[in-house]
Ligand binder design. Structure first.
Ligand SMILES: [Zn+2]
Length: 307
């Protein structure tokens, strides 16, 4: 049985927002690049999580952790508490050919990129200081993991804590060979780490958008296209063939409005305007009342998520 993380990873809100905006407005080249990086990064992290499902023994897994130490915030992709160590993971989903030279990472095309080893070292130092401040002196094992099978690093250094795609299987075997039994102390430290986790607002670095700038209409849950039409009781995508029920589509629209405009009240009018294809407002109201908490009355009716 796979070990369930005590802090699971969720799709980042920032990624969800970018995905909706990318479908509904024109992003700049730079914004599209940033969005694709977010998608790619999350994809790599999910590959990593699937790999970690093979872990055995007693371990505490904390994903996507944001802590503050010395007035500096630092984000760790994964921190795993085992009996005799704490493993810190920086996960990369780089694809293609790269080169390591004089302590720097380059794409073979020539551009240099931020050295992920420096990021890992910085995180390790800050995590160590943080752990020591709560009285935890377990040694930290840092790992830089390249998940993408199409990644190659030329002139790769051999004395660095890097795991390449071809080494993942052996790495897991070795990891699991170290037996791990946890005590109440481990749990206490992990709880302290968890309770210090900061939630970063996804609304800080986003493209400028307003309600009236965004294209309205239903989009496909799988491919985000507008090539979707209501046939009978189903929305069918002519691009990828995916189909969605009416209720799912209305609730998908609610989710989009909620994440794009957290201050906006969800009303049948708003959802009708956003979905565009549903003629019958009463049908939308019925779906909203079934799934959400009804507030207000008559024409002032709006809906909130059920607690
Ligand atoms: Zn589709």
């Amino acid at each position: 049985m796979a070990i369930l993380p005590i802090k699971p990873r969720f799709e980042p809100d920032k990624l969800k927002i970018y995905r909706i905006l990318n479908a509904r407005m024109k992003l700049s080249d730079q914004e599209i690049k940033y969005y694709h990086n977010l998608e790619k990064r999350y994809e790599g992290e999910m590959m990593f999580d699937r790999l970690m499902e093979n872990l055995i023994g007693e371990r505490l897994i904390i994903n996507d952790l944001l802590l503050m130490q010395n007035s500096t915030t630092f984000q760790s992709d994964s921190v795993i508490f085992s009996q005799d160590s704490i493993d810190l993971f920086e996960v990369k989903n780089y694809e293609g050919n790269f080169k390591y030279e004089s302590g720097k990472f380059y794409m073979l095309s020539g551009n240099d990129i931020k050295n992920p080893l420096h990021q890992l070292e910085r995180n390790e130092t800050l995590l160590r200081q943080f752990l020591q401040s709560i009285g935890c002196y377990l040694p930290i094992e840092p790992h830089l993991i390249f998940m993408n099978p199409n990644f190659t690093l030329y002139q790769s250094p051999i004395n660095k804590p890097i795991i390449y795609p071809t080494q993942l299987g052996l790495f897991m075997e070795k990891f699991n060979r170290k037996q791990s039994k946890l005590t109440i102390k481990h749990t206490k430290f992990a709880d302290q780490v968890l309770s210090s986790h900061l939630n970063e607002s996804p609304y800080k670095v986003l493209p400028n958008y307003r309600y009236d700038m965004l294209k309205k209409g239903p989009t496909c849950r799988r491919c985000d296209s507008f090539s979707i039409s209501l046939i009978g009781n189903k929305f069918i995508c002519s691009l990828c063939g995916f189909n969605d029920g009416i209720e799912q589509m209305v609730m998908r629209c609610v989710g989009e409005i909620k994440i794009l405009f957290p201050q906006m009240n969800i009303t049948a009018n708003v959802i009708q305007d956003w979905c565009r294809v549903m003629e019958c407002k009463r049908r939308i109201s019925r779906i909203l009342s079934r799934n959400l908490e009804v507030r207000g009355y008559g024409k002032w009716t709006y809906y909130e998520l059920k607690i």
